[in-house]
Design a protein around this ligand. Sequence first.
Ligand code: ZN
Length: 135
Amino acid sequence: MIKNIEIKGIAKDTLDFILEVSRSTYPNEFAGLLEAEDGIITDVLFLPGTESSESNAVLKLFMMPNTSAVGSVHSHPSSIIRPSKADLRLFSKTGTRHIIAGHPYGHKNWKCYDGTGQIVDLPVLDVDLGDEDVL
Ligand code: ZN
């Protein structure tokens, strides 16, 4: 099931986490699905046994059953932050927000695309994911 809810942005901690995992996986690729709460992307669902080649990672995304994902995320060790043809096929089937992070995975080395492969603005939001009783 794909949720087509309006996405306001991504939590800063979640983006930091994505970049960190991209760095630690390098030179291999990682892929995952994005999950949102109240329209803010706060979770990454990792794919078990993601392999190093782009096509494998993308194929594994297709096989994920019944997720509530709003989109996908994967890394490009090539540092080219542009969706491949396989990526575009995936984007059209797995939600409305798709992050590609490119080597060296700094804070500017990522872009977000919509389901048709157009670049969309994904605000990075400073939300607190842990302490719910802070007012
Ligand atoms: Zn790709």
